[in-house]
Design a protein around this ligand. Sequence first.
Ligand SMILES: [Cu+2]
Length: 134
Amino acid sequence: MMRIVQSAVAVVLVAVPGLPCAIAQPAAAGQTVTVTLSNFAFEPEHLRLKVGVPVRLRLVNDSSGAHDFSAPAFFAASSFPPGTSAPKDGDVDVAGHDSVEINLIPRTAGTYRLRCTHFLHGLFGMHGSIEVSP
Ligand SMILES: [Cu+2]
């Protein structure tokens, strides 16, 4: 039991976004940013966006089971085109072998946590970050 608790703490520490490990240019205006969800990872796991630059997030679930893209603070800090709205609870469900597209404009610089809220998926590595630069 103690071992499980210790490894859970370690994963939480790793999950707190620090320095981005991938050096990628922030997405350009109108760009589609594709994120693949699988057992148990987001690819890429670190997204880079810019304040005020509209992007289309394309969430592709590569596995047969459902996953979600949960980033409540990020969605709360974004705006959405007329006729669309923020995902409920900042959480986008993606069914197995399905995809979901979301158009948005990041509004506040910061680094936001991303995770899958399905039981144990975050612990198994399904977490990442979204960095919004000014
Ligand atoms: Cu998942």
